[in-house]
Design a protein around this ligand. Structure first.
Ligand code: UD1
Length: 429
């Protein structure tokens, strides 16, 4: 199993190219199931989750072709995927595959909408909380699907097709909103989705679906209206930049000190997080080409932050902010409202010398003068990158074990940081 070795204390200077967003790529690939024509996706990040979803879709009969490099292209350019679901050969998504990646459960929506049936394993437990799928099932039921739970599988059927309906989410859910939009796109009649998630990735997927011939309006607001169409076609779409990768490197630069440019990053995708960074005393400058982050020696100012659905501070940056606040001058407070149990990084940060107290969904972080390198364990995707951030400012060597979590969501992380001067390397095996 690969590990990452980091020696802290180096400032970061230079440019980091921001990749396409993982959380848009996955539903976009899944949306290919809605059409028999080819969907071409540009700016796709090279991530373990993308490869795994290729395999999962392959099981349904989807062909995914990755374009070769064009002249002048470097590893910094995203990949282009040609995804074709011309022939769906299997409408079952088995436990062995769905349990490896929760988002693959979302195939249930396009499969039942296009094929009239889907048999998809429940995703099962997850390190960051129970993460149920009841609201996704509710949404499909509102569109006329018959739902049964059989042997750990959700069996959704709609032999005569789905029909439009009103879906009111009692809680904001990204996966529920993706599911509802995809299913409603091929339903007969109009669907109204209330209390929809407003995340930029929802807007990106809706934009792509509209290019495919869907009629979706209101994406990015709490009320989305979908006029169902009989058929969708192929399209070409470039994935939007990853706001979580952007925020992560912004916090890494804030932690290590220095001056970096996050190329292709878009400030409006993570304004709440950039506002928090400014409160901590970091200089944030955004341009059409990206975002510059600079911190030159000044102490970090502590902050109080509560995670919430977009446009508020994202749960996917909570662990990274906590790592940063371990070095602030004073006491910070972070409240996690999206996922219970999303504090797996705390005990590992404490191993590096952090002072953090937990009280249910509240973390109190007393800033310390110094962190000290140690062996630590990555527990989930965002938690593991918070350990990297802490290690950048820790004295001596930190070894982050189980980095396969990082590879799920961060493209060439050690490469991007090393090019800006960090002492970081991957130890294979
Ligand atoms: C997506 C993101 C993930 C991010 C999360 C919240 C992807 C691939 N993943 O996950 O990175 O952390 O949004 O921004 O895009 N819930 C229910 N019942 C349901 C569905 C959700 O109670 O049927 C709850 C969840 O337990 C959680 C909250 O709703 O407390 C939000 O979850 P949701 O927005 O659905 O997260 P995901 O779509 O799984």
């Amino acid at each position: 199993m690969d590990r990452i070795r980091i020696v802290g204390g180096r400032r970061l200077t230079g440019t980091i190219p921001i990749s396409g967003a993982k959380n848009a790529t996955l539903p976009l690939m899944i949306a290919s199931l809605l059409t028999e024509e080819t969907l071409v996706l540009d700016n796709v990040p090279r991530l373990a989750d993308v490869v795994l979803l290729q395999r999962i879709l392959g099981n349904h009969g989807v062909d995914v072709m990755v374009s070769g490099k064009r002249p002048g292209e470097t590893a910094d350019h995203g990949q282009t995927l040609h995804v074709s679901a011309a022939n769906i050969v299997d409408t079952t998504a088995p436990y062995e595959l769905v349990s490896k990646m929760r988002a693959s459960f979302w195939v249930v929506a396009p499969l039942v909408a296009r094929m009239g049936q889907a048999r998809v394993s429940m995703p099962g437990g997850c390190a960051i909380g129970t993460r149920p799928v009841d609201l996704l099932i509710m949404a499909l039921g509102r569109l006329g699907a018959d739902i049964e739970i059989d042997g750990g599988y959700v069996v959704a059927t709609a032999p005569n097709g789905l029909r439009g309906g009103e879906i009111i989410f009692p809680k904001v859910t990204v996966g529920g909103t993706h599911t509802a939009i995809m299913a409603a796109s091929l339903a007969k009649g109009t669907t109204v989705i209330e209390n929809a998630a407003r995340e930029p990735e929802i807007v990106d997927v809706a934009d792509c679906l509209n290019k495919m011939g869907a009629r979706i309006s209101g994406a990015g607001t709490q009320r989305i209206v979908v006029e169902g169409v009989a058929k969708l076609s192929g399209a070409r779409h470039a994935v939007l930049p990853d706001r979580i990768e952007t925020g992560t490197y912004a916090m890494a630069a804030a932690m290590a000190g220095g001056d970096i440019f996050l190329q292709n990053a878009r400030a409006e995708l993570l304004q709440a997080a950039l506002d928090v960074l400014q409160q901590t005393g970091v200089t944030v400058t955004s341009t059409n080409q990206g975002i510059r982050i600079a911190r030159n020696g000044a102490d970090l100012v502590p902050v109080e932050v509560t995670t919430a659905p977009f446009p508020a501070f994202p749960t996917d940056l909570q662990a990274q902010l906590m790592a940063l606040m371990t070095r602030a001058r004073g006491t910070s407070r972070i409240v996690e409202t999206i996922f219970e149990n999303r504090f797996m990084h705390v005990q590992e940060l404490v191993r590096l010398g952090a002072r953090i107290q937990l009280d249910c969904e509240r973390a109190t972080i007393e800033g310390v003068e110094r962190l000290k390198g140690a062996p630590v364990m990555a527990t989930d995707l965002r938690a593991s990158v918070s350990l990297v951030i802490a290690a950048l400012a820790a004295e001596g060597e930190t070894i982050v074990n189980r980095v396969y979590h990082l590879d799920r969501g961060f493209e060439r992380l050690e490469d991007k940081l090393a090019r800006c001067g960090a002492e970081i390397e991957r130890l294979s095996g």
